[in-house]
Design a protein around this ligand. Structure first.
Ligand code: AQP
Length: 337
């Protein structure tokens, strides 16, 4: 029986990349889990978020906003376990053990570490370096097997497998499962609207590079209108997008939002100019996103309710995590009395 776990950092506002690459697929897993009788667990990973500086008030707001985003997108706290990472201390406790299993060299190879730490690694937090060990703990403290993520997280989920395998080998056990990244769907990598070679990210300094889940219709339309493109018309075949990253990204976003293939989108828009395609994309994005942003805004007027929902979720999560951590302590040789 699979068990599904994934998380998003409350490190800024949610983007269209988070929605298409992660949240929307979480909802599909939730429905599948319900039918097939397996658990789905989704988390706001606030301990990951503070690996880079977060203003405390902003972190609180962003965590609630992320919870609101999950619920507005269709995650239902009565169907999935929905909670905040720091409210389940077993994540950090297991992460310490994994810090002692993982090797420095493994961490140094992580592209996210290289990207986020930049050239001045001496100044990066120790937490940023150890990020993948905490992520492995997030997953393995539930014995999760299926991890739906966007393309950018593939390397971290693979490292989770390495940590599980080394733990199992060192302690001569088969306690931790070998997990699978599940990277599927049309939009596993939504790119920046300003630079087709960079992923759309909540921490991009330019707000014009991303569509935020809280953007209103005017903002969405204006960002799509101003999105960087080349001067040519759209091709009628997907192969014609190979050297045109910005055009490919917009077609990909359209396809994901409309639940169409890129071929189908080009069947409708091949030969058309961006002056025609961009307004159609803006209309589609507004139609799909505005019900979610409206519901998010409504939920955000009731922060106490959000806190109550995630508090209950944390209790449910701990019911699974606590026995797994205890068993891990036994395996490692730690006394519990
Ligand atoms: N552009 C994207 N396209 C597809 N999927 C994406 N994800 C993020 N950006 C895209 C997926 O969203 C999930 C949560 O990501 P995260 O917030 O935990 O971390 P991240 O990947 O580092 O996302 P951001 O937006 O870039 O945040 P910052 O700027 O704070 O680092 C993951 O499944 C991710 O793949």
């Amino acid at each position: 029986q699979p068990r599904v776990f994934s998380g998003i950092q409350p490190s800024g506002g949610l983007t269209l990349g988070n929605y298409l690459g992660a949240m929307r697929r979480f909802v599909d897993w939730q429905e599948r889990g319900l039918k097939e009788g397996f658990e789905t667990i989704f988390c706001m990973v606030d301990q990951h978020a503070i690996t880079v500086w977060q203003d405390p008030e902003a972190l609180r707001r962003q965590t609630r906003e992320l919870a609101a985003g999950y619920i507005a997108s269709g995650l239902d706290p009565s169907k999935s376990i929905l909670f905040n990472q720091s409210q389940v201390p077993e994540h950090a406790q297991l992460a310490w053990i994994f810090n002692c299993v993982a090797r420095m060299g493994w961490m140094q190879r992580m592209t996210q570490w290289k990207d986020k730490a930049g050239k001045n690694t001496q100044n990066a937090s120790l937490g940023l370096f150890a990020y993948p060990a905490l992520m492995a703990a997030d997953i393995l403290v539930y014995h999760a097997t299926h991890i739906p993520v966007g393309e950018d997280q593939k390397q971290h989920v693979e490292l989770t497998r390495d940590i599980a395998a080394k733990f199992n080998h060192d302690y001569k056990t088969e306690f931790f499962p070998i997990t699978e990244p599940v990277i599927e769907g049309a939009a596993t990598r939504v790119m920046s609207l300003r630079d087709g070679s960079k992923k759309m990210s909540k921490s991009d300094p330019s707000d014009m590079a991303r569509i935020n889940m809280t953007d209103d219709a005017d903002a969405i339309a204006s960002k799509i209108r101003k999105a960087r493109t080349d001067p040519d018309a759209l091709p009628s075949e997907v192969a014609g997008l190979a050297e045109r990253p910005e055009a490919k990204n917009l077609v990909n976003i359209y396809a994901a939002l409309a639940d169409m293939s890129m071929e189908q989108v080009l069947g409708d828009f091949g030969g058309k100019q961006f002056s025609e395609f961009k307004p159609a994309l803006a209309d589609l994005a507004v139609a799909k996103l505005s019900p979610i942003s409206t519901e998010m805004a409504r939920l955000m007027t009731q922060p106490d309710e959000i806190d109550a929902i995630i508090g209950k979720g944390a209790l449910k999560a701990r019911e699974i995590a606590e026995p797994i951590l205890k068993k891990t302590y036994d395996i490692v040789g730690m006394i519990r009395s």
